[in-house]
Every structure is written in structure tokens, then in C-alpha cells.
Design a protein around this ligand. Structure first.
Ligand code: F6P
Length: 543
């Protein structure tokens, strides 16, 4: 597959888009809307309970036609089919990419190296469900016979961001007499605060690590072990207070966790694509197996939509193509994710790993340098807080920042006029960004001439608006899968490997070397650059 890559610049649709972008760049969304009175209704799509309004983008029918053409020329469909059928599309790691199998119904079968992986997925889900029910019901007892009241997930990256995000997003559905905490950073403060005032007798640690070798996670897990044994003394206590979520049974057992208390997954699940695998055990304990299954159904519904819906109506494809459009033809460097739902407060942070670890790549699948910018920077905060912080720059700054607004028709916690106010802000922000306010409009308000330029809103700033009924486990599944497949779409256009992450390696290796130098009893010979060596010396002299 990698041999067949046509360089982006040689794809006819790419060339056509370059020319088309020249004609479109000077056009304002005001004119584009005026020219097409049906645009607001037409440039919409819906699937799996999500409604997408993408009309406030700097595109026309022709742009869409060309972007879809580009998707076809880039082999998006073929590449997606290769993913869904278990081909090893993560070529640099020689792995299949099958997070879609994690939510496949029992009746489906997906083969990897001739073996159907779906039964194994459901076996683990059933094991997770049985365990989650035990913890939730109080039947799972700690070593001294007390039920578990605190669940602490120890993990980092994909073994943390998904679980935290999902817990926060679905907190409303969680069992409130259980406390959930998440430890990720190797900074001891993270661990110290997580266990603050907790009783080890009532605390269960979920050690979540695909590799079970990650420095941060192993360090925190060892500290958790010591904290537990500090009170419970007997090593047999570990079996009641620690479970592991990993693909590495040997390392789990070496750590001292009984592999009977291990929840497995597979090398074809990437860390950032793993929140719906056993890595989601904390989510399942929080919201219960039934809600977790509803979340998986949401994921699966979006998988089916992505795989089968026409490209023109395909939500992840549209989102992905729009991201490429701004990234490569408008020099936009970032995408803002703006959920108007407090429960989604960690969603932007979750998406940062999903998008940036996936598409922050400098070479294409065949190892040649990419010829265009790849992965944009994703960032954001929940509305309306962002409005009183960074929206100034989005409205009047010099950079183009495409925005994704996410809102819900119904609040989970209705209270007076709050929700109407919240949603009024979603619609107002998208309107203001697109249409702005001209100097003439500002003057007409009687504003002093000197202030007019300051009060002008240029507009022409693009956004998508995503709406759904209410944030539920199902909706969360659809939303996450939407972005997973949008990332996939972008990666397919750029012909990069969205599923490896070699860029995290160098820092890890250097840190291991520097740790040795920092901890060395005698003054170590330092062969770094003069800056790094000096910083190490300075730290050694102060620590
Ligand atoms: O940051 C690199 C990375 O490998 C991520 O891809 C992954 O999610 C994270 O580290 C944690 O890895 P593990 O689950 O193996 O501890």
C-alpha cells in the first residue's frame, strides 16, 4: 500500500484545490452566505444523533466537490477498509489498527493474522463487567474486609487521558459513593494529592499501561504499592488492592499483580485509541457495565457511519477534510475545540493526544518528507469560560483559528435560564466569528472615529457547530469516534502513519541517561551540550 502513494502535489484534486483556494481566499462568508440563501440548511449533515452545521466554513459546493475528490484520489475508502478488515496499516510498527474491533458487536468477526479478534474483545468486556459489578456492589473487599470506596487509575497518555475525560464527561451517570482519582504525572505531587486523606484499606489501584514499562506509571505504581503496604504490611494485600490493565502479562506478574486480576488488550489497540478497551475499566466501574456498553454502541454507530455513508454526508470525513483545508490552504495552525458542556471539560485535552500524537508526523508512509503541513494543534476549553479568556484572539487576532463548537439541546442539570444562556452563546459566537461587524456598522452605533478600528470585527472566521440531544454514554461514544475517524481522514490525505508515535522516544531515552547522571553519587562526566550539562550541574548542586 505504501508503494502506491501518489505525492500530494501530484494529485489532480490537490492542484485544483490550490487554484480554487486562490479564488476563495478573498471571499467573505458574508458574501458566500448572501450568494446562497439555502446554505445554512444545505451545508449540514447528521448521523448517529449528531447534527453538524458546517455552513460557516470558507467553502463552496466546488470546494466540497474537490475535497471529496481529494479523499478519493488519496484512497481514503480503501485505507479505511484496510483498517476495518485488520490489515497492518500501522506499517512502521507492523500492526493492525483495530480500535473499531473494541466496539464490534458479538456477532461480527474481524480477522487479524487469520484469527477472529471479536470473541476475545467480549471475553475481556465480560470479565471487566463482572469485576466492575463486584466493586460497585461492595462485594469486592479490601484485604481487611472493607469494601472499596476509592478507585485510583494510574496511567499516562492514552492510559489516562481517555479514562479521565470519560469519567468527567459521564460523572452524572457515575456511582456517587465511589471516589475516582487519576494519577499520571511522575511529579510526586500528583500521587500525594490523589491519596490525600484516603484509607489504603478502602482503596483500589488500577494500573493501566499497555506496555507496563512506562516510567511514570511504573514509578507511581511502585509508590502506590509502598503506600498500601505501609498500612496493610502483608504482600498478599496487593491482590485485593491492585489490578492491572495491560498487554504485557509478564511485566504485570513481575510487578506482583496476580494475572488473574489483569484485564488484557492487544497490540492492535493504540494507546490513544484505547479508552473503550480494558483501559476504560475505571469508566466502567464508575458508570456501570450497561452504560459502558451504551458508550460502545455509540462508538460502533459512528464506525458504521464512517465506513458506509457517502463521503459527502460523512461526518468524520467532512470534519477531517475541513481540517486539511484550513491547515494546508489557509495556513491555519490550530483548531479550537469548544464544548459548551461543562462535563466535557477534559475533552480538548483528550483530543490533543488523539490528534497530535496521531498526525504530528514529518514523513509520509514511505519515509519521504511530507510536502505540506500535517497535524494542526488542537486546543480548547469549555464554553463560556473560554469567551472570557482567549476568544479575543480568535475574534480580532491575526491568526485564523477554525473552531468546533459542541452543544446539546438539553442540559443534564437544568436550572432556570442557564441552558438557554449557554446555547445562546454558542450560536452568538459562531455568528460573530463568521459575519463580524463592519466599520460602517460600528460607526452607525455612534462610536467615536478613533475607536472604530478597535471595534471592528473582521469576521470570516470559520467554525463548525455540532449539536446533540444530551450528553449520554452513547453520545460520548459517537463524539470520540467522530474525531478518531476525522484524524484518520486527515492522515489518509497526508499519507502518514497516524498510528505510530516515534516522536516520544528521544526524550524518554535522554531522560533515562540524565536520571543516571543526576543520581550518580560522584560527579558524573557530562557529555551533553554546554546548556544541558550546565543545567544538570546546577540541579545537582541544589537538590
Ligand atoms: O506518550 C507515548 C505513549 O506511548 C502513548 O502513546 C501512550 O498512550 C502512553 O505513552 C502510555 O503508554 P502505556 O499505556 O504503555 O503506559
Amino acid at each position: 500500500m505504501t508503494d502506491q502513494i501518489t505525492p500530494l502535489a501530484s494529485r489532480p484534486a490537490w492542484k485544483a484545490l490550490q487554484q480554487h483556494a486562490e479564488t476563495l481566499r478573498p471571499q467573505h462568508l458574508r458574501e458566500i452566505f448572501q450568494a446562497d440563501p439555502t446554505r445554512g440548511e444545505r451545508f449540514t449533515a447528521q448521523a448517529c444523533g449528531l447534527f453538524l452545521d458546517y455552513s460557516k466554513n470558507r467553502i463552496t459546493d466546488e470546494t466540497l466537490r474537490l475535497l471529496i475528490e481529494l479523499a478519493k484520489e488519496s484512497g481514503l475508502r480503501e485505507r479505511a477498509e484496510a483498517m476495518f478488515t485488520g490489515e497492518k496499516i500501522n506499517t512502521t510498527e507492523n500492526r493492525a489498527v483495530l480500535h473499531v474491533a473494541l466496539r464490534a458487536p458479538r456477532s461480527e468477526s474481524i480477522l487479524v493474522d487469520g484469527e477472529d479478534v471479536v470473541p476475545g474483545v467480549h471475553q475481556v468486556l465480560d470479565k471487566m463487567a463482572a469485576f466492575a459489578e463486584q466493586v460497585r456492589s461492595g462485594a469486592w473487599l479490601g484485604y481487611t474486609g472493607k469494601p472499596i470506596r476509592n478507585v485510583i487509575n494510574i496511567g499516562i497518555g492514552g492510559s489516562d487521558l481517555g479514562p479521565v475525560m470519560a469519567y468527567e464527561a459521564l460523572r452524572h451517570y457515575s456511582q456517587r459513593d465511589l471516589n475516582f482519582r487519576f494519577v499520571s504525572n511522575v511529579d510526586s505531587t500528583d500521587f500525594a494529592e490523589a491519596v490525600h486523606e484516603l484509607n489504603p484499606e478502602e482503596t483500589l489501584f488500577l494500573v493501566a499501561s499497555k506496555t507496563f514499562t512506562t516510567l511514570e506509571t511504573m514509578t507511581n505504581a511502585h509508590s502506590a504499592r509502598a503506600w498500601t503496604l505501609g498500612q496493610l504490611k502483608q504482600t498478599e494485600a496487593i491482590a485485593r488492592h491492585f489490578v492491572a490493565i495491560s498487554t504485557n502479562a509478564e511485566a504485570v506478574s513481575n510487578f506482583g499483580i496476580d494475572t488473574a486480576n489483569m484485564f488484557g488488550f492487544w497490540d492492535w489497540v493504540g494507546g490513544r485509541y484505547s479508552m473503550d478497551s480494558a483501559i476504560g475499566l475505571s469508566t466502567m466501574i464508575a458508570i456501570g457495565p450497561e452504560n459502558f456498553r451504551a458508550m460502545l454502541d455509540g462508538f460502533h454507530a459512528m464506525d458504521v457511519h464512517f465506513r458506509t455513508a457517502p463521503l459527502e454526508q460523512n461526518l468524520p470525513v467532512l470534519l477531517g477534510l475541513l481540517a486539511v483545508w484550513y491547515n494546508d490552504f489557509f495556513n491555519a495552525q490550530t483548531v479550537a475545540i469548544l464544548p459548551y458542556e461543562q462535563y466535557l471539560k477534559r475533552f480538548p485535552a483528550y483530543l490533543q493526544q488523539l490528534t497530535m500524537e496521531s498526525n504530528g508526523k514529518h514523513v509520509s508512509l514511505n519515509g519521504t518528507p511530507v510536502t505540506t503541513d500535517t497535524g494542526p494543534i488542537y486546543w480548547g476549553e469549555p464554553g463560556t469560560n473560554g469567551q472570557h479568556s482567549f476568544y479575543q484572539l480568535i475574534h480580532q487576532g491575526t491568526r485564523l483559528i477554525p473552531c468546533d463548537f459542541i452543544g446539546f439541546y438539553k442540559s443534564i442539570n437544568p436550572l432556570g435560564r442557564h441552558h438557554d444562556m449557554l446555547m445562546a452563546n454558542v450560536f452568538a459566537q459562531a455568528e460573530a466569528l463568521a459575519f463580524g461587524k463592519t466599520a460602517a456598522e460600528v460607526r452607525a452605533e455612534g462610536v467615536a472615529e478613533a475607536l472604530v478600528p478597535h471595534k471592528v470585527f473582521e469576521g470570516n472566521r470559520p467554525s463548525n457547530t455540532l449539536l446533540a440531544e444530551r450528553l449520554t454514554p452513547y453520545t460520548l461514544g459517537t463524539l470520540v469516534a467522530l474525531y478518531e475517524h476525522s484524524v484518520f481522514t486527515q492522515g489518509a490525505i497526508w499519507s502518514i502513519d497516524s498510528f505510530d508515535q516515534w516522536g516520544v522516544e528521544l526524550g524518554k531515552v535522554l531522560a533515562t541517561r540524565i536520571l543516571g547522571e543526576i543520581e550518580s553519587a560522584s560527579e558524573p562526566p557530562l557529555a551533553h551540550d554546554t546548556s544541558t550539562s550546565n543545567l544538570i550541574r546546577l540541579y545537582r548542586s541544589h537538590k
